[in-house]
Design a protein around this ligand. Structure first.
Ligand code: MIC
Ligand code: SF4
Length: 653
């Protein structure tokens, strides 16, 4: 049987299970990555597993998110991360070296290998032919311990590309067009495999922009073949020896096919406040813009910034606009400094930030009240910019640069001939900001812990009965930014769950944390419930969106459907994820109702359906679960950490 590309990578990494869609498979993981907002927790979890060092082929710890040192917390976390990398045998990418996904693409990604990262945009490396997935920190810690990653075999959607992009149309427009067609739920349970003759017309960085935002479709991951374009990219990085060709077998089959003519795509914009709210930029022409931010793991590469510099050269940013630029990596930053493009950007009035996530995660540059902000980023979820309400639009670097000049949306095609940029044959490779692992026989340094780094909540075995109040009922497409907000105020608390928990759902209901805690303290046996709509938990991989509710005494979440990483995080921390058997029951229950599930473990083990009693209304309704036997055992033991600890205890006995 001919294999498609996804099947090839899965087959070569399959530890158990069969490649039938929907079935649980276990994949061997070659590489892992973490960043600083998720990493501290990940290494605390790894420490709790009691292993002397990582067992993966390669693991990297990046520092790129928590880069504002407004207090000691972030700086302490960075010190902890550096000590953990040294102790456990990881590469450590120092602050200033760049955004994890971009640095990983440049320096570590290898076609044909698997990667999991404690960040949802780890899928960026799919642009180079890796099977790369975002996951919760605990899943990454488990992969560092040499255990496989479990997931349901996704459906494979072939995106067949034909034609080539027209002038001024960018890779960002390709993925915005797919988001327009499929929506933020359209990729759930799927891997997008790109194929067709259009693939060869796209550079490696363009491919990465496209796979990066596959996350916004809810997709498990996205992947491009590895071809001569990939080889050129790796050669320029001095890593051609790691290249290998990879493509689907002729005649391979797919679960679905989406035809996409690159030549028919035009410059697009995602309007506030969802990445799938997409329209052509010409429909917004004239709408005033007050802020433009260029950067992020989606669009901060050398070609992106060279294009922006060419558009701005000899011109001045509009008086009503604040323009910021964050080069994705030190390599990019160095190269634009040497070739003069940085001078063009500065001369035009751009505010140059460090190579990091920056405004993308609300680390500074929150826009003014009521001001439209256009960003080359991947997410415009409400309030993520740090201003609430906010008006964030997503667009290509070309559309962003145009808006910065005009002070309003405008179609970049008005500028005539587009700038041309020939990718250099060699990039400015210098790994001086990456600290390699210590030699195996070197003494192991101690972990350096600051006072803000608190142990994570105790994980108790699942209670026999789940009973408690429905503490919050929310609607569709709730993001992890809603559940556990990011931004400069909250990120320093990522390693302090009791403190971070006080902000859960703050933007939706500022009383939630207080109410949940009061219910928990009134009766510790009590387990609160949260009810959500479709696609609950979309967006980031942050496990804090499960850990904090756990700390507040939540025992179960009932939703119409869940996002992949979030449902895994809930189980990892012993919270029971359930879906409505009849979605109409969502409308029948009310916040404040007392709910009860008897004999939870026996009920989930008995079959896919269980009964929830609504004690307040004197009614009952059915809910479903998709828990495998392994996941039920994890729940029984109070989470994945307890489960893995026991595995290793047996191994060491
Ligand atoms: C994001 O883009 O939301 C983040 C911040 O990178 C997150 C990770 C986090 O919350 O730390 C992600 O995408 O997983
Ligand atoms: Fe950083 Fe933004 Fe990318 Fe998340 S999406 S990794 S915050 S640049």
């Amino acid at each position: 049987m001919p294999d498609n590309l996804v099947q090839k990578l899965v087959r070569s990494h399959l530890v158990s299970g069969s490649m039938k869609r929907g079935e649980e498979i276990a994949l061997r993981i070659d590489q892992t990555l973490t960043q600083d907002a998720t990493g501290t927790m990940t290494y605390l979890e790894f420490e709790a597993m009691g292993l002397p060092s990582v067992r993966s082929k390669l693991s990297v710890s990046y520092v790129d998110h928590n880069i504002l040192q407004t207090g000691f917390e972030n700086a302490d976390d960075h010190r902890f991360l550096q000590s953990a990398a040294a102790r456990y045998g990881l590469y450590f990418s120092r602050p200033g070296n760049g955004i994890c996904h971009q640095v990983h693409l440049e320096r570590f990604a290898i076609p044909g290998q698997t990667l999991i990262g404690a960040d949802s945009h780890t899928v960026n490396a799919g642009g180079l032919g890796m099977l790369a997935l975002g996951a919760g920190g605990l899943d990454v810690a488990v992969a560092m311990a040499g255990e496989p990653l479990y997931l349901q075999m996704p459906r494979v959607l072939l995106v067949r590309l034909s034609g080539r992009l027209q002038p001024w149309v960018a890779a960002k427009d390709v993925i915005l067009e797919i988001l327009r067609r499929l929506t933020v739920r359209g990729g759930v349970g799927k891997i997008l495999e790109y194929g067709g003759e259009g693939v060869a017309t796209l550079s490696a960085m363009q491919r990465a922009t496209i796979t990066n935002m596959g996350t916004e479709l809810g997709a498990t991951t996205s992947i491009f073949p590895s071809d001569q374009v990939t080889r050129e990219f790796m050669r320029a990085q001095g890593r051609e020896k790691d290249w290998q060709p990879l493509a689907a077998d002729p005649g391979a089959e797919y679960d679905e096919v989406l035809e996409l003519d690159l030549g028919a795509i035009e410059p697009l914009v995602a309007r506030p406040s969802s990445p799938d709210n997409v329209v052509p930029v010409r429909e917004l022409a004239g709408t005033p813009v007050a802020q433009v931010c260029i950067g992020s793991c989606t669009n901060s590469s050398l070609p992106d910034l060279m294009t922006v510099a060419a558009i701005l050269r000899g011109r001045t940013v509009h008086p009503n606009v604040s323009l910021t630029i964050s080069p994705g990596t030190k390599q990019v930053y160095t190269m634009i400094a040497r070739n003069g493009a940085l001078a063009d950007l500065i001369a035009a009035g751009a505010r140059i930030l460090e190579s990091a996530c920056g405004p993308c995660i609300g680390m500074g540059q929150s826009p003014a009240t009521g001001a439209a902000s256009v960003r080359s980023f991947n997410r415009n979820f409400p309030g993520r910019s740090g201003t609430s309400p906010d008006l964030v639009y997503l667009a290509s670097p070309e559309v962003c640069a145009m808006a910065a000049l005009r002070g309003a949306f405008a179609d970049p095609r008005e500028l005539g001939d587009p700038p041309t940029f020939a990718a250099p044959e060699t990039m400015a490779v210098d790994d001086n900001m990456i600290i390699p692992p210590l030699p195996a026989d070197a003494p192991k340094p101690e972990l350096v812990r600051g006072p803000n780094i608190k142990p994570f909540p105790e994980q108790k075995p699942l209670a026999k009965t789940l009973q408690g109040e429905l503490l919050l009922k929310v609607g569709d497409n709730i993001t992890t930014d809603h559940i556990s907000p990011a931004g400069s105020k909250y990120l320093p608390l990522r390693s302090n769950i009791p403190a971070l928990s006080q902000h859960v759902f703050e933007g939706i209901d500022p009383t939630f944390a207080r109410r949940a805690q009061a219910a928990r303290d009134a009766d510790p046996a009590n387990k609160g419930f949260i009810v959500g709509g479709e696609n609950y938990g979309q967006g980031s991989s942050r496990e804090h969106a499960a850990l904090c509710p756990l700390y507040l005494g939540i025992g179960a979440v009932i939703a119409k459907s869940f996002a992949r990483i979030h449902i895994a995080n809930l189980v990892n921390f012993g919270l029971v994820p359930l879906t409505f058997a009849d979605p109409a029951d969502y409308d029948r229950i009310a916040q404040g109702d007392m709910l009860r599930i008897d004999d939870v473990l026996a009920s989930v083990s008995a079959g896919p359906t269980l009964t929830v009693q609504n004690l307040t209304q004197g009614t009952a309704f059915q809910v479903k679960h998709t828990l495998t036997e392994r996941l039920i055992t994890i729940l029984r033991m109070g989470g994945l950490l307890n489960y893995v600890r026991q595995l290793h205890a047996k191994e060491n006995a």
